[in-house]
Design a protein around this ligand. Structure first.
Ligand code: SF4
Length: 393
């Protein structure tokens, strides 16, 4: 059977964080039931017989804002509807403060084997600035609860480059996070999105962002400090613990592997199906994006119409460029064997002369029939990828 990654979007949150422009909004309990019913119906309609789930990811929003009985019921319903490959990774995003021991127990029993917690910062003043609905003490409590219940694969999401944050502050956040011993850390630089309260605070001068040099120092702390704590960078912003012994997901090579298999599918440019509000799918070179308004989405599913907002047929060149762009996010660079198998040409043939100046500038490194970004290249990844890939588009 063909492997498939399934993403389900749960758009509800307790309240809107000050930096967030994701498709999410404060949850209205009256919408939960109809939304879950719509998700199950969309799955029934869009699933193909030849597919088998290798990874399931429930993200948002805050999936754990749903009553745990309903969230666990959704996962069980998916398991009854579509086949799962043995050992499939099942991740649920959770916000500290929205889970109880009983709720986590239900999720574990329903087959969730990876929990991703939106921790964001190790300092309460930054959590407050971000408008998060939890404290650092609640993050610690949630991690302890998850361990008590039996979760052995936890991720913490963190954000650096916050207004008023110094490299020392960020280092303290990393020290705090690693002391909680999660198996995985995601460390993203703040993207200041227009029309968010945080954007306005910066625009009006009420708060100021760290300068370029400071952000650079924070990024480099990720790549220098985290390995000393046992975390290996496998993607620009993602780090997996490399245990000497442990009980994480076993890779086909038999090694314990805490990299996020679901996100690896995106970065390796394999197909995925996204269901729910504003969810994106890429299957066989077609990109479908679902409707972004709750009423429109629910009505479309209820009336038997496709809940698709936009559909894009990607050209061969676009697909090659996207595969390279995502592959360059990985520490090892795009996979030359997979690239050649898919397109019948080598990475070198496609990138041509764009590579040489970037190698000379120390932003790119040549490696076993592929290229990868150097730490400096990762810092400037947007500019580097633009130079590399714009001739393709
Ligand atoms: S919890 Fe996440 S999705 Fe929800 S508002 Fe905050 S940042 Fe956005």
């Amino acid at each position: 059977m063909k492997p498939m990654a399934l993403y389900l979007h749960i758009p509800f949150c307790r309240r809107k964080c000050h930096y967030c422009d994701f498709p999410s909004f404060p949850g209205r309990p009256a919408d939960f039931g109809p939304y879950l019913a719509a998700l199950k119906e969309e799955l029934r309609r869009r699933w193909r017989r030849e597919w088998e789930i290798t990874t399931l990811y429930l993200g948002g929003g805050t999936p754990t804002i749903l009553p745990s009985r309903e969230l666990a019921g959704l996962i069980k319903a998916i398991k009854r509807t579509v086949p799962f490959r043995p050992g499939a990774e099942v991740t649920v995003e959770a916000n500290p403060g929205t889970v109880t021991g009983e709720g986590l127990d239900r999720l574990l029993a329903a087959g969730v084997n990876r929990l991703s917690l939106g921790a964001q910062s190790g300092e309460d003043r930054f959590l407050k600035l971000l408008g998060r609905c939890h404290t650092t003490a609640e993050v610690e409590k949630t991690v302890a609860l998850a361990r008590q219940v039996g979760f052995t694969n936890l991720n913490l999401d963190l954000i650096f480059g916050l207004p008023g944050e110094t490299p020392d502050d960020w280092r303290r956040t990393l020290e705090w996070a690693t002391a909680l011993h999660p198996e995985h850390l995601s460390c993203y630089g703040l993207q200041l999105e227009a029309d968010t309260p945080l954007f306005r605070m910066v625009e009006t001068g009420e708060r100021s962002l760290p300068d370029e040099e400071e952000v650079r120092a924070m990024f480099l702390t990720n790549t220098t400090f985290l390995p000393t704590a046992g975390y290996e960078q496998y993607e620009i912003s993602n780090f997996a613990y490399r245990p000497r012994t442990g009980t994480g997901t076993t890779s086909p090579e038999g090694e314990v592997d805490y990299r996020c298999r679901h996100n690896l599918i995106y970065w390796q440019y394999d197909d995925y199906l996204g269901l729910g509000l504003a969810a994106v799918s890429t299957v066989d070179g077609r990109r479908l994006t679902n409707l972004a308004k709750l009423e429109d989405y629910l009505r479309a599913v209820r009336t038997g119409a496709a809940p698709t907002g936009t559909e894009e047929i990607l050209t061969r060149r676009q697909r090659m460029a996207e595969m390279l762009m995502l592959g360059f996010r990985l520490r090892t660079g795009p996979d030359p064997v997979a690239f050649h198998a898919r397109w019948g040409v080598t990475i070198d043939q496609v990138l041509g002369e764009a590579v040489a100046p970037l190698l000379d500038a120390g932003l790119l490194r040549s490696e076993a029939e592929t290229y990868r970004l150097t730490p400096q290249g990762m810092l400037l990844s947007n500019q580097v990828l633009h130079k590399l890939l714009s001739p393709l588009l």
